[in-house]
Structures are given as C-alpha cells and as structure tokens.
Design a protein around this ligand. Structure first.
Ligand code: SAH
Ligand code: SF4
Ligand code: F3S
Length: 472
C-alpha cells in the first residue's frame, strides 16, 4: 500500500457504532453490568484495553476485579513472550466453567494474537464457547459485536488485516487520573527478523499533529500531569503524513501546550534517533530525563541478522551523545538473549554494552521462535539451557549496575508524581521521578496526583525509598 492511501476514518466508523450503543442501551441500559479485562503485552495493548473499558462504560458496564462477578470478559493478548499461545489457550480453557455456570456471560478475546489465522483456528475449533474474536485494528467495533452477539447465536469473528486506517475519536478510560497514554504512531515498518509485531499491528501510520495536540489539550484540562507518547518506533513519527513532520518537532509542539508538566515517549529505535531529537529533549522542559532505547544485542553480526540497522559502536556513540546533552538521563533498554546463531563470544558483546552504558533498567527476553518471522527459519537455534545460562549471566551483570545507579541518587531531592498508596501500607505513597524510577515515601493519600519533592534516602535494585521534602 502506498503512503498516500492511508486515510483517517473517524466520523463514519464511529457514528455507525453510536447506533449500536443507542440500540444496546435501549434494550438493557438500565441493568448494571460488570466487565473484566485481562491485558497482556506492551503499553499499546494496555492503552487499547483502556479504550475498550471506556466503550464498555458507555454501555453501562463497570470494571470488576474478579472474573466470577463479570457479565463480560475480554482477554487482550500479546504474542511476543515465549509460550504466549499455550498460556492463552490455557487461560481461555479456564473460562469454560464460567460459561457453564452463566450462559449469559459474554467471553471475548482480542489483541495481537488474534491477528494470526492459526490462533483463531484453534480458538474456533477447540474453544467454541467463546463469543467474540476480534483483532488490533477494530476494537472500536465492540458495541457492534455485543449487539450482534445478542441478536444471533454463534461466535462473532472479525479481524481486519491492516486497513491502513487510523480510527480517531475512540474514548479511553485511564487507569490513573493524572497520567495518560497517547498513541502517536500505530504499526511498525522495521521488520526486525525475530519480531511478530509488524504482522500483528500492520504498517506504520502516524496520527495527525493536530489530533494528537487536541487529545493532549483535553487531557491537561482534565488535570492530567504526565503524557506518555506511544509508538513502536516513535522516532520515525510523521513519515506517513501529507505534511511530514519530525518527532522532534512534535515534541516541541507538545512542550508549548499551556499546563503540560511531563512528557515521556516509547519506544525509540536507535537507527532513527536524530541529533535534532536529542536537542529537543534537552530543550523542552516538560520532556522527562528518560529514554527507552532497546539495543537487543551487542554483536554486530547478530545485529545485522536481526535487521536492526545499527552497530554496537553506533549505539554506544548515540548513548554518549545523549548523556552529554542530558547528563541526568536514565536509559532503559530491551535485550534478547540467544538469537539464532549467537555464539557465547557474541553474547559477551551484549554484556559489554550493558557494562559500558550502565542501564537504569532493562527488559530481558529469551529469544523465542515466532512463526512467520524470518528468524524462525534460521538454522542454529540456541538450546534452551544455554539461553537460560546466558540469561542468568545477563541479569547478574545488569542488577548490580541498576543498584549502583540508584545508590548515586541517595541524598538528592527529586520531583515525584504521586501515583498511589502502597499495596501493603496505606501510609506509604509511591510515585515516579522524572527519570521514571519508582519511589516509596510516607505521606497522605490527598497527595495522589500531585507533584512533590522527595528526598531519596535508600536505594534498592529497582526502587528507591525516601521522605517528603515539600510540594514542588
Ligand atoms: N517496538 C519496540 C518493542 C517491540 S516488542 C522496539 O522496537 O523496541 C518488545 C520487545 O520484545 C522487543 O524490544 C524485543 O526485545 C522483544 N522481542 C520481540 N520479539 C521477540 C522474540 N521473538 N523473542 C524474544 N524477544 C522478543
Ligand atoms: Fe518489532 Fe523491530 Fe518493530 Fe520493534 S522495531 S516492533 S522490535 S519489528
Ligand atoms: Fe505484544 Fe502486540 Fe505489544 S505482540 S508487545 S501486545 S504490540
């Protein structure tokens, strides 16, 4: 599909759904209903679940914490992790008894895994008690699916192949009042050879600048303090727009919005991270001192086979540039261990990058075969026990570095956005520094949602403890 064919479908698609919402509310709008959404995978999926919850709210559903109480259950699936399919089939199987106890319950499954025909086939054949199957491109059609489910028997299956379309105007129910996820691009064009995401999320598409700004203005007016911009590769934002604009300029536009306090973004692909973006990050007050910059592997031959389009040296140089421009920056990453053909010596390059960069945190993955990707066909798959050995070595290298970095923060006063109270102790608040570190400190619940100064007193491997030093 050529770039120009990408259109934004807004009014017509959503107006059609309004008809179903009205019809459903006419039929049983008075009845109180509850929904349970189980979400796997990345923030993209998390945000999709927030959108589905907002749609369901319009149909009279309220969220519940337990499946047993629910009138509707949705499982929003991811396909990246190892054995993801097996786990989800197990999960789906465990819903059967709920259907037997309550034939009225609506059971749906959606998300990245449903974009795969083989997976849909298994659900249709082995778990035919499921009611709804839909994919990543059409969550806004949930009212239509529920309506049709009420009208007809049998499973409703609707999965769009990548339509090259963005559906604007889908509402969203935020998990936290004071922070929000905002999509800026959908899909991915990079085709890293191990990755299934380009097949489940389709081609890269950017939202129009004005649509993004409008959404953020709305969020600020609702009291939102922190915005996280989402895309598989935010650095390539703007390439599919008629009026091309670089991600750095989008950041500058967002930074100009009155009332904007904190901006984050993820994920950054090293191959597209420009000097201009580093300058914009350094200059924009609202942009937080944190970058998530996956390097995946340290060895140049492995990186080439992964189709990552940068070398170890380029990655390290990029990190140096970022650290020079923004000295306090926290750098987090994604790392894959045991890519096909990776020798132990090549893996040592990964450890070398870890030591040289000094990551604040890392998401670590054992390479796992994703059918349909080029790496699945590669010879020399690494035995599981060898992958696990290297994985342990990687964690043993990462963890002390994370702790060291946190230790250096002890004694400093950081501005912290208060997110909530600790699960175990109501008198302990937890929040995040601008660098994204989780910090616990004593305080009262009325501070939730505000930005306060906290003095850091103790470092743990991945978290900090401190005490309130005043309102920021
Ligand atoms: N778009 C983001 C992340 C996409 S998926 C990026 O480019 O960084 C999140 C992470 O899952 C990837 O960064 C990668 O580290 C991991 N991952 C993806 N496919 C994998 C596979 N087949 N095996 C192991 N890890 C994988
Ligand atoms: Fe997957 Fe690579 Fe795209 Fe990230 S950039 S989503 S790892 S293909
Ligand atoms: Fe998983 Fe889909 Fe995200 S496969 S990592 S939920 S884009």
């Amino acid at each position: 599909m050529s770039e120009r064919e990408i259109t934004t479908v807004s009014q017509d698609e959503l107006e059609r759904q309004e008809v179903y919402i009205e019809a459903l509310n006419r039929i049983d709008g008075k009845r109180k209903k509850s929904c349970y959404i189980e979400t796997y995978g990345c923030q993209m999926n998390e945000h999709d679940s927030e959108k589905m919850e907002a749609i369901l709210e319009r149909l009279g559903y309220v969220g519940t914490e337990t499946k047993e109480d629910a009138d509707l259950i949705l499982i929003n699936t991811c396909l990246v992790r190892e054995n993801a399919e097996l786990k989800v089939y197990g999960k789906v199987g465990s819903l059967k008894h709920l259907k037997e106890n309550n034939p009225e319950i609506i059971l749906g499954i959606c998300g990245c895994m449903m974009q795969q025909e083989e997976v849909r086939k298994v659900i249709k054949e082995k778990h035919s008690f499921m009611d709804l199957i839909f994919g990543t491109h059409n969550i806004h059609k949930l009212p239509e699916y529920i309506y049709k489910h009420n009208q007809q028997s049998g499973m409703i299956v609707d999965v769009w192949e990548d339509g090259g379309r963005i559906v604007e105007g889908v509402p969203s129910k935020r998990k936290f009042d004071h922070k929000a996820l905002v999509n800026i691009t959908f899909g991915c064009n990079n085709f890293c050879t191990y990755c299934i995401v380009p097949y489940t999320r389709g081609r890269e598409k950017s939202r129009e600048v004005e649509d993004i700004l409008e959404e953020i203005r709305g969020l600020i007016s609702e009291g939102c303090k922190e915005i996280t911009l989402l895309g598989q590769n935010v650095n390539s934002y703007g390439k599919t727009l008629e009026n091309r604009i670089a991600f750095a300029d989008l950041l500058r536009e967002i930074d100009k919005l009155p009332g904007i306090e904190r901006v984050r973004f993820m994920t950054s692909h090293p191959k597209d991270l420009s000097d201009e973006l580093i300058s914009a990050m350094a200059e924009c007050d609202s942009v937080c001192e944190h970058i998530h910059l996956p390097f995946q592997a340290g060895n140049n031959r492995v990186l080439k086979t992964m189709n990552r389009k940068y070398t170890k040296e380029q990655y390290l140089e990029l990190v140096d540039k970022i650290k020079r421009a923004i000295p306090d920056i926290a750098i987090t990453t994604d790392i894959i261990v045991g890519f096909p053909g990776e020798t132990y010596e090549e893996f040592e390059d990964t450890l070398d990058v870890v030591r040289k960069v000094g990551f604040d945190a890392a998401y670590t993955y054992l390479y796992s075969i994703r059918e349909g990707t080029p790496a699945a066909e590669m010879k020399d798959q690494i035995p599981e026990d060898e992958k696990s050995r290297r994985f342990k070595e990687l964690l043993d290298t990462l963890n002390p570095i994370g702790y060291e970095k946190n230790l250096k923060m002890v004694g400093k006063v950081e501005s912290v956005l208060v997110e909530g109270t600790s699960k175990n102790n109501e008198e302990v608040l937890s929040g995040r520094t601008r660098s994204g570190k989780l910090i616990n400190f004593k305080g009262t619940a009325d501070l939730i949602g505000s930005i306060v100064d906290v003095k850091i007193e103790e470092a743990r491997t991945w978290t900090l403890n401190g005490s309130l030093a005043g309102e920021a």
